[in-house]
Design a protein around this ligand. Structure first.
Ligand code: TA6
Length: 302
């Protein structure tokens, strides 16, 4: 498989396919801006490291790389439903896209030095058993001065198709109890820890307990200010009306077998999503794109 992937899609000095964690094939993108790795399984960005920086995305040391299980960390692709299935609790949490093999559609090296890969998921027996729709779902990753991750899906059925989705991004931080998340002040959110009560706060987010919030309006620019790593992570998005902020804290971390008991200190999730009232309903042949754009600046930068 690796030979075929490299023969078809490798780009000398920029894209190569290797065996990654869990003996699964990954694409390694590198260029003047940095490096990123993407698992073919799940269409799942695993790492992003700008030149001169430490990794910007976080993956658990306890992550599992087994069929049917989502990789804990990076950017899980949440499709075609966010959270529990709306009517059938036996169906997998956060849908099926992150739990199955995808295929590479194309790779590209742009004149500005950025490097692109596109992976796709089309219906299989597995997906049809969970969701009887005809669709194509693509993830395009562009490694440039920023990292761009776009999930694009098209309704190939002859009936309307409703989806809730997320780019469920796990960001690496020095210590989650020391970071400040700015950009969501005064925006209403549903508190998943308090029966989805509608709340809002005038203050930036700081983490001292489990946080699991669905913000209800598209936020232009979010910053994760990380004094421990002396950097700010800048997050913008398109095609997303919901933003999710999550840290499992102590008790939930202990309950997850693929999450170290103390790993809650190393990460925070800030997710570009469309959830609840922001469900995306597509007519036949229509498509929708959700894009998250990530960059980093030194903390002492002006
Ligand atoms: O995005 C936040 C959330 O919905 C949390 O409620 C938590 O369940 C998290 O996703 C992880 O879900 P997972 O199915 O990956 O364990």
């Amino acid at each position: 498989m690796l030979e075929q992937l490299n023969n078809t899609f490798a780009i000398p000095d920029h894209v190569i396919f290797q065996t990654g964690a869990g003996d699964r094939p990954v694409a390694v993108l590198q260029n003047q801006y940095g490096q990123a790795t993407i698992s073919i399984y799940g269409g799942h960005v695993l790492t992003y490291t700008p030149n001169g920086q430490t990794p910007v995305l976080w993956v658990s040391k306890h992550a599992k790389y087994e069929n049917g299980i989502a990789i804990r960390g990076g950017v899980p692709i949440i499709f075609p439903w966010f959270g529990s299935h709306p009517s059938d609790s036996t169906k997998p949490s956060h849908g099926f896209a992150r739990r199955t093999d995808w295929h590479v559609q194309h790779t590209n090296q742009h004149a500005n030095g950025s490097t692109e890969i596109c992976l796709a998921l089309t219906p299989t027996e597995f997906t049809q058993s969970l969701w009887a729709h005809d669709f194509v779902l693509q993830v395009t990753v562009i490694l440039g001065a920023k990292l761009e991750i776009a999930m694009i899906w098209q309704n190939l059925s002859d009936t309307p198709m409703s989806v809730t989705n997320a780019l469920h991004t796990y960001f690496a931080v020095a210590d989650s109890t020391q970071v400040t998340i700015k950009g969501l002040e005064n925006i209403p959110y549903l508190d998943q820890l308090a029966a989805m009560q509608r709340q809002q706060s005038a203050k930036p987010i700081q983490i001292s307990a489990e946080v699991d919030r669905i913000y209800l309006e598209s936020a232009a620019q979010i910053e994760i200010i990380d004094p421990g790593l002396a950097r700010t992570i800048h997050i913008t998005k398109q095609g997303s009306q919901s933003t999710v902020v999550w840290n499992p804290w102590i008790a939930k971390s202990a309950r997850m077998s693929d999450f170290g008991d103390l790993e809650y200190r190393e990460m925070v999730c800030v997710e570009a999503a469309n959830i609840d009232d922001a469900t995306v309903t597509l007519a036949p042949n229509d498509s929708h794109e959700t894009r998250q754009i990530i960059s980093v600046s030194p903390l002492n930068a002006g």
